[in-house]
Design a protein around this ligand. Sequence first.
Ligand SMILES: [Zn+2]
Length: 71
Amino acid sequence: MKCNKCGYDWGDSGDSAHVCGVVAIKKQWVGLSPNDLIHMPYDHGFESDALRDAYRQGVLDAEAKLKEKNT
Ligand SMILES: [Zn+2]
C-alpha cells in the first residue's frame, strides 16, 4: 500500500497508521485567459493577423502539452 499523498510505501506491513505530514498541495492548473491570448502576440510585435493566429496556436499547443505533463 502506498500513501496517496506523499507516496510513502508501507509495503505489506499493514502500517495504515502512517501519519502523513504532507497536506495535499497539488496546485490547480490555471490556464491562459482569452484576454491573455488576445494580447500576447501584440506584446511580441507580430504585425499581421496570420502571424498572431499562428503564435496563438503555438501557445495553445504548448499550454496543452504542459497541462498534460503537470496534471
Ligand atoms: Zn503520506
